[in-house]
Design a protein around this ligand. Structure first.
Ligand code: API
Length: 276
């Protein structure tokens, strides 16, 4: 059986995208891990399966699987690549696309300049985590196994994130702290770990150690999480330029009960097929 796919990327966060509207594909967790491998497989950070809508008010449903084969509920860069994919494949010809995921309903806009804007929904906080007037002392703190205390803000964009501020992004302990915190007991479902250097109230640098994929060149939901936490800490404005290793996203959030919007690129790399 031939499976056709597209390789897509958003700021270097890369995806295998499969049209499961005209195909009918499902992979086991082990198969996804094998396909994700950059030496023995196709290589990707996440697999995206595009399906017919589950609800009549949506154009599509899409499922997201990390490189370790786990299914998750949100992927910001993946949402932009999904929108580009369904247009490229002629599965839709509208610029506004409504898609369902496990996190709920999202609205995507293909912009005239080729970028894609995603309404990422409202950030979710556990009541005790981030009080309205959060500051560093009130934010969630996490005790690292070796008893160092790290102040993190915790927020969900449909997937869990914890964000810490660092002085110098190049020196951030992503390789050591990332694997520790990604499975910290404070986050029973695991967590995506963001390392944010604040350059100005409207400009940050960010690196993210992703749950299920490790450090990626960009994390769209991580950029949203960092912008939200930075604003709650009184250090960022409502529109933030987020420079990730793979490139730049623009994140907008007007505060508490408003939605987060993310704008960035989505690129097609190549089409391929595999035999199963
Ligand atoms: N690793 C994430 C999913 C992918 C998120 C990221 N690639 C993005 O662009 O938001 C998680 O386990 O929640």
């Amino acid at each position: 059986m031939q499976i056709h796919f597209s390789k897509m990327q958003g700021l270097g966060n890369d995806f295998m995208v499969i049209d499961n509207v005209t195909q009918n594909v499902f992979f086991s967790k082990d198969k996804i891990k094998q396909l994700a491998d950059r030496n023995f497989g196709i290589g990707f950070d996440q697999l995206l399966l595009v399906e017919p809508p589950y609800d009549p008010d949506q154009d599509f449903h899409y499922r997201i699987f990390n490189a370790d084969g786990t299914e998750v509920s949100q992927c910001g860069n993946g949402a932009r690549c999904f929108a580009r994919f369904v247009r490229n494949k002629g599965l839709i010809n509208k610029n506004k696309i409504v898609v369902g995921t496990r996190a709920g309903r999202m609205v995507l806009y293909l912009e005239r300049d080729g970028q894609v804007t995603v309404n990422m929904g409202k950030p979710q906080f556990e009541p005790a985590q981030i009080p309205l007037k959060a500051n560093k002392e009130e934010a969630t703190y996490i005790v690292r196994e070796d008893e160092h205390t790290i102040f993190c803000g915790a927020v969900s964009l449909g997937n869990p994130h914890c964000v810490m501020e660092v002085e110098d992004i190049e020196q951030a302990a992503v390789e050591t702290l990332g694997p520790l915190l990604v499975k910290h007991e404070r986050f029973p479902e695991g967590v995506n770990v963001g390392f944010m250097q604040i350059l100005s109230p409207s400009h940050i640098k960010l690196r993210v150690y992703e749950r299920g994929s490790g450090e990626t060149l960009a994390c769209g939901s991580g950029a949203c999480a960092a912008a939200v936490i930075g604003q709650l800490w009184g250090k960022l404005e409502s529109e933030v330029r987020v420079d990730l290793p793979g490139g730049t996203l623009t994140i907008r959030w007007q505060g508490r009960d408003r939605v987060v919007k993310m704008t960035g690129p989505a690129e097609h790399v190549f089409d391929g097929s595999i035999s199963l």
